[in-house]
Write a protein that binds this ligand. Structure first.
Ligand SMILES: Nc1ncnc2c1ncn2[C@@H]1O[C@H](COP(=O)(O)OP(=O)(O)OP(=O)(O)O)[C@@H](O)[C@H]1O
Ligand SMILES: [Mg+2]
Length: 643
C-alpha cells in the first residue's frame, strides 16, 4: 500500500489552478474581478506576448492592508465572505479565496498594494513548496498592482495547451470586453506589447454607455438595437437587443450578465432563442447585451470554480420573465418607432448637432436611422429569392398539400382566416390572397396625420412598393411584408380558436425511459392543452392517441419526444407552438403576394396600413427586413444639394 501524504501547499494550489487558470485570459478575469470587488474606478491591463510573458493589472481600488498581504496569496483566504449565510447572498464577484493562490502557484506573481491609511506600499510574493509569503517595501499609490510573469513556467504540461500569441490575446481581449460591459462606471485600458488596444472612459450617461457598447460590440450593433428595461417580481432585465434584421451567423455577440457577472446558461439561452424564434431563421443568431438583476439570495453562483454558471432558485420564473420581456420588445417594434428615430436622426444630421439619444428604456430603437442598412444580414445565398418564390423555382420548403389546407381550416373551426378569401388561395398564385383592399386615405403627403409608412405612389418591378412620407421615401418589399402580415393573422386566428385535437386512426406507441413515462403521466393536462393525448401503457411505453389537427402528418414520435425532453429540461414545452408556427409560416409564404403581381394604389396603401398595425412587421418570417427609409437628407446628398 502506498503511504498517504499531505500535498505541499504549492502542489495543492497547482491542482486547484487546473480548474480556474486555463490560459492568460482566465488570469485577467480573476485579477480584474478582484479590482472591481475592491471598488476600482479605473483598471489598467498591460500584457506582453498574449499574456504568457506578462500580465499586469493595476487598479485604484481600496488596496490591501500590509498585515493582510501574506493571506492574500494563500488558499482559502478571502475578505469577501465569512459564513455560509454570506455565501448564500454573495454580491461580490469573488468569494472562493483561491484565485491568487492558484495563479501564483503556476507563474511568478507579485502583488503590490497600498491602502489609504498607509504611508507606503508593500509587495508580496509566495516562495517555495510551502508558498511562504515574502514581504518587501515598495512604491505604489493607493490601490493594487498584480504582476504575473511566465505563465506555466513550472508546469510544462499546461504550457503545451497554450495557443498562438494572437489566439491567446483574442481570448484575453474578449474577456476584457465582457468585464467592460459589466461595469460602465469603471474606466478600462488594455495594452498589448506596449500598444494601446482599448481605452474606455467611465460611462455614466445613457449616451456614454452606448458609446462604450459601440466601441466594444460595433456601432452597427447599437444602431440596430432596441433598448429594454423591464421589471417584475424582484427581477429586472435591461440592456440592448438587436433587431432581427441584424442577426449573426454565429452566436458571437451575446452577452448576458446576472448581477454583473457574465454567464452562460442554457435556461437563459433557451428563453432568448424562444423570444426570437418567430423572427429569425433557424441558423441565424440574435445579438444582445442584457443585464439581469436578481436578489443574490435567489441565485446560486457557487456552481463552478470559474463562476460562469449560475443556478436560479426559480428557473421557470426567470425563463418566463426573460422570454416575455424580449418577445414583447421585439413584437412592439413598429414602423413608427423606426420612423421617429429616423426623423430625429435626419434632423440631427441636418443641424449637424451631436444629437441626444431619444428616450431610452421605452423599448424604442435608439438613434435608429433605418432598420436596414443595405448590407444583407443573411448570407447572400441565391436561395433567398427562391425561398420567397420570386424566382419562379420550386419553393424549397415543406410541401403543402391540399389535405393539409383542409386540416388547417378544420382546425380553425372551419371558419377560415380573415385574410384568406378562399382556401384555394393556397398554394397557387396569390390572386385573391391580398388583404381586403380598403381604399386607403387620400394620399396627402406631409399631412399632420401622416401614417408612418406614408402613402404609396408606385410599384417597382412588381416587387417593391414606393411610398412617400414627409421624411423621404419608403421602399417596401411587398412579398416579405405581406407574408408577415398573413402569418401574424394566422397565428392570432389560431390562438383564438385554440388548438383542435384530432384522434389518430392508429395510436402511435413509443418506447421511453421510466422518467419520461412518469413525466407524461403527471403532465397529462398540459399535454392535452397542446392538443396531445398521451397515455402511459407500460412502465416504459407511451401511446399517443391524439395530435393537434394542424400537425397531422407531422412526425408524431419526434414531436412527443421533443416535448418530453423540453418538459424535463425547462418544465414546459413550446414545441407544438413552434412546429405549428413553422407550418403557418410556410403557408403564409405560399399565400402571400407574389412577385409580378400588380397591385392598385389602394391595395398598396392597405398593405402599408396593415404593416403599421402588425406585430414584428419590420421583418419577414425569415428575419429579413420588409421596408427601408431613404431620407430626404440622403437623397439630397446623392445630388449634392445643400439645404
Ligand atoms: N486588487 C485587489 N484589491 C484589493 N484587494 C484584493 C485585490 N486582489 C485581491 N485582494 C484581496 O485578496 C483576497 C484574495 O483574492 P483572491 O482572488 O485569491 O480570492 P477572492 O477574490 O476572495 O475569491 P476568488 O477565489 O473567488 O476570486 C481577496 O479576498 C481580497 O481581500
Ligand atoms: Mg478573486
Amino acid at each position: 500500500m502506498p503511504t498517504i501524504r499531505l500535498l505541499s501547499p504549492r502542489l495543492a494550489n497547482q491542482i486547484a489552478a487546473g480548474e480556474v487558470v486555463e490560459r492568460p485570459a482566465s488570469i485577467v478575469k480573476e485579477l480584474v474581478e478582484n479590482a472591481l470587488d475592491a471598488g476600482a474606478r479605473r483598471v489598467d491591463v498591460e500584457v506582453e506576448q498574449g499574456g504568457v510573458k506578462l500580465i499586469r493589472v493595476r487598479d485604484d481600488g481600496s488596496g490591501i492592508a500590509e498585515g493582510d498581504l501574506p493571506l492574500a496569496l494563500s488558499r482559502h483566504a478571502t475578505s469577501k465572505i465569512a459564513s455560509l449565510d454570506d455565501l448564500e447572498a454573495v454580491a461580490s464577484l469573488g468569494f472562493r479565496g483561491e484565485a491568487l493562490a492558484s495563479i501564483s502557484s503556476v507563474s511568478r506573481l507579485t502583488l503590490t498594494s497600498r491602502t489609504e491609511d498607509q504611508e507606503a506600499a508593500s509587495r508580496v510574493e509566495a516562495e517555495g513548496r510551502d508558498m511562504d509569503a515574502r514581504i518587501t517595501p515598495a512604491a505604489h499609490p493607493v490601490g493594487t498592482t498584480v504582476e504575473v510573469r511566465d505563465l506555466f513556467f513550472n508546469t510544462p504540461a499546461r504550457r503545451k495547451f497554450l495557443r498562438t500569441e494572437k489566439t491567446e490575446f483574442n481570448h484575453l481581449e474578449e474577456n476584457i470586453r465582457r468585464q467592460a460591459l459589466s461595469r460602465f462606471d469603471t474606466g478600462f485600458t488594455l495594452r498589448h506589447n506596449q500598444k494601446v488596444v482599448q481605452n474606455l472612459r467611465p460611462a455614466t450617461s445613457a449616451l456614454d454607455k452606448e458609446r462604450r457598447i459601440g466601441s466594444l460590440c460595433g456601432q452597427k450593433f447599437i444602431d440596430n438595437a432596441v433598448v429594454i428595461d423591464a421589471e417584475a417580481t424582484g427581477l429586472r432585465l435591461w440592456g440592448w437587443v438587436a433587431l432581427p434584421t441584424f442577426s449573426r451567423s454565429q452566436a458571437d455577440l451575446q452577452y448576458f450578465f446576472v448581477n454583473g457577472r457574465v454567464i452562460r446558461d442554457r435556461l437563459v439561452a433557451h428563453a432568448v432563442r424562444q423570444a426570437y424564434r418567430d423572427v429569425l431563421y433557424n441558423n441565424r443568431h440574435p445579438a444582445f447585451v442584457l443585464y439581469l438583476e436578481v436578489d443574490p439570495a435567489n441565485v446560486d453562483v457557487n456552481v463552478h470554480p470559474t463562476k460562469h454558471e449560475v443556478r436560479f432558485r426559480d428557473g421557470r420564473l426567470v425563463h418566463d420573465f426573460i422570454f416575455r420581456t424580449l418577445h414583447k420588445a421585439l413584437a412592439d417594434v413598429r414602423p413608427d418607432d423606426h420612423f421617429r428615430g429616423a426623423v430625429a436622426q435626419s434632423f440631427d444630421r441636418e443641424a449637424s448637432a451631436p444629437g441626444e439619444v431619444p428616450a431610452a428604456g421605452t423599448g424604442q430603437p435608439v438613434h435608429q436611422l433605418q432598420p436596414w442598412n443595405g448590407q444583407p444580414a443573411m448570407p447572400p445565398s441565391g436561395d433567398d429569392r427562391a425561398a420567397d418564390g420570386f424566382s419562379g423555382q420550386p419553393v424549397p420548403q415543406q410541401e403543402w398539400r391540399a389535405s393539409d389546407q383542409m386540416a388547417f381550416y378544420q382546425s380553425l373551426g372551419g371558419g377560415g382566416v380573415a385574410t384568406q378569401q378562399e382556401p384555394a388561395a393556397f398554394p397557387g398564385t396569390a390572386a385573391g390572397a391580398m388583404p381586403e383592399a380598403q381604399p386607403g386615405p387620400a394620399p396627402v403627403a406631409g399631412g399632420s396625420e401622416e401614417p408612418p409608412l406614408g402613402y404609396a405612389i408606385a410599384q417597382l418591378h412588381g416587387i417593391y412598393i414606393l411610398a412617400q412620407t414627409s421624411a423621404g421615401m419608403i421602399v417596401v418589399d411587398m412579398h416579405a411584408a405581406h407574408e408577415r402580415i398573413t402569418y401574424e393573422r394566422m397565428k392570432l386566428a389560431l390562438a383564438e380558436q385554440d388548438l383542435k385535437s384530432q384522434p389518430l386512426l392508429v395510436p402511435v406507441s413509443l418506447a421511453v425511459s421510466q422518467k419520461e413515462a412518469a413525466l407524461a403521466e403527471t403532465h397529462g393536462d398540459e399535454l392535452q392543452q397542446l392538443g396531445l393525448q398521451v397515455e402511459r401503457i407500460g412502465p416504459e411505453t407511451l401511446a399517443v392517441r391524439q395530435m393537434p389537427a394542424l400537425l397531422r402528418g407531422a412526425d408524431t414520435e419526434q414531436l412527443v419526444r421533443d416535448v418530453l425532453s423540453d418538459l424535463i429540461e425547462h418544465g414546459q414545452s413550446d414545441r407544438v407552438e413552434a412546429v405549428t408556427h413553422e407550418l403557418l409560416g410556410t403557408m403564409a409564404c405560399h399565400g402571400s403576394v407574389r412577385a409580378n403581381h400588380q397591385l392598385t394604389i389602394p391595395e398598396m396603401n392597405s398593405l402599408l396600413r396593415d404593416m403599421e398595425a402588425t406585430e414584428r412587421s419590420g421583418q419577414c418570417n425569415h428575419g429579413r427586413p420588409t421596408w427601408t427609409l431613404v431620407t430626404l437628407a440622403e437623397l439630397d446628398k446623392l445630388f449634392l444639394r445643400g439645404r
